[in-house]
Design a protein around this ligand. Structure first.
Ligand code: FAD
Length: 399
């Protein structure tokens, strides 16, 4: 555990720390800073703001890590029933870019059972190395054995960066690994880059309800860990014939012990369209005006073979179920074509769709923010333009 201390002899009462604290945790008493530990998150903003080195965060525990011992970019590759999940290919694509910038290797980590062929194939997606741990207890995801194995691997091979999908499995696993290895973790990133000089992972994610995009660094810990949202990054292209070195690791039986027992895996049955996988999405917002007008979007989506998406306003108005919501509190989508109708383009919506290949916006207001991300914009009434598009596509596609 870390603690924070004010060196009273150095404190001048300048109040810079009070201004720097976003949590209102510091006040002045007789011109000396006093920290309210109930509010302090040990974020370090006050330490950075103090010009007199009067505030110090003391880290308890073992000796300081030698950060230079850490190298390579790792991607945890998620598998379900032996099939590598597409998020893993997205992370390999992004990991490749980061590894090249840092001048290090890209390694995939694959845990499961009977996955040797799959491990070898990860070379085709850009991995230079694959760490494979094969054991019956790893066939399906379970917190305890997966955490124990990944912690062992991290402690032995010391990756500089470790990426994981911001999926149910990824979030559960990597937070445990971060705690056990004493590393920092940035959850739910939508953008990654590196500062090659300082060798820092620049982890960008929406913060404060999506009102700002924050870029987070972890200068004092390794590995630098991030979970990344599904469908935000492009998948690594397949390079047939490209190979990776596969390192098979074995661990003592007790490593695979679990406090929980997996009884069965039951697939969820659902009739709703999975917009996360759709290539074409026709989405509507408050500007569609009514639930009835959403039928216009469905018709266009049907002609194009796509799915219907929605802004939160449309979902809140009960015009369409939540499973269709795109955005910060909905789904992240990366279709080839996203047609946004009567959607203003607030940041919380953009976060979920701005990586779409082509964006067409239909809006009555020529100054609507959605036009800033749109490839093509149509200014006009969506209830007139959408049926016109449907008519034209029907004609062009002979439907
Ligand atoms: C913590 C948090 C999380 C959020 N999560 C999400 C999320 O996941 N997804 C999401 O979408 N939002 C989310 N929001 C809400 C977001 O901030 C916006 O309020 C919402 O996206 C607005 O939806 P809208 O564009 O449909 O409506 P509005 O902002 O009201 O925009 C309607 C648009 O339609 C246009 N228009 C009106 N009539 C017509 C017409 N006849 N023809 C053409 N255009 C017309 C208007 O010019 C306007 O631009 C979140 C907000 C918060 C605070």
């Amino acid at each position: 555990m870390a603690s924070i201390k004010v060196h009273l002899e150095k404190c001048t009462g300048c109040t810079l720390c009070v201004k720097a604290c976003a949590f209102g945790a510091i006040h002045m008493n007789e011109r000396k800073a006093v920290i309210d530990m109930a509010k302090c998150t040990l974020c370090g903003a006050c330490v950075a703001a103090c010009k007199f080195s009067a505030i110090e965060i003391e880290k308890a525990g073992g000796p300081k890590k030698d950060l230079s011992a850490y190298k390579d970019v790792w991607v945890f590759c998620e598998q379900k029933r032996g099939a590598i999940q597409s998020i893993s290919f997205e992370l390999l694509g992004e990991g490749r870019k980061l590894a090249d910038k840092l001048g290090v290797k890209l390694a995939a980590v694959l845990l499961g059972h009977g996955l040797e062929d799959a491990a070898h194939k990860l070379g085709e997606r850009g991995a230079d190395k694959v760490y494979l741990v094969d054991h019956p207890a790893l066939k399906s995801y379970q917190d305890d054995p997966y955490t124990a194995v990944l912690v062992n691997l991290v402690e032995e091979y010391k990756p500089e960066v470790l990426l994981c999908g911001a999926t149910t499995i990824g979030r559960s696993l990597i937070s445990r690994v971060a705690i056990k290895t004493g590393a920092g973790l940035t959850a739910d990133c939508t953008g990654l880059d590196v500062d090659t000089k300082e060798r820092l992972l620049l982890q960008t994610r929406p913060a404060f309800g999506g009102n700002i995009m924050a870029t987070i660094i972890a200068p004092n810990h390794r590995p630098q860990m991030a979970t990344v949202r599904h469908k935000v990054m492009q998948e690594a292209a397949k390079q047939p014939g490209r190979t990776a070195e596969v390192v098979c690791k074995a661990y003592p039986e007790e490593t695979f012990a679990s406090r929980t027992r997996l009884l069965d895996i039951v697939e969820e049955l659902s009739n709703t369209v999975n917009i996360s996988e759709a290539d074409i999405i026709v989405a509507g917002g408050r500007g569609m005006g009514s639930k009835e007008n959403f039928a216009l979007l469905e018709e266009l989506a049907k002609v194009l073979g796509g799915a219907v998406g929605a802004s939160r306003s449309a979902v809140d108005a009960d015009w369409i179920p939540y499973s269709h919501q795109v955005g910060q509190t909905g789904k992240t989508v990366v279709p080839k074509l996203y047609i946004a109708c009567g959607i203003s383009g607030q940041i919380q919506h953009l976060i979920g769709m701005q990586s779409s290949k082509t964006i067409v916006a239909v809006n009555r207001d020529p100054d609507a923010p959605i036009f800033k991300v749109a490839t093509y914009g149509i200014v006009g009434d969506a209830t007139e333009i959408v049926p016109a598009l449907t008519r034209e596509f029907k004609r062009a596609l002979n439907k």
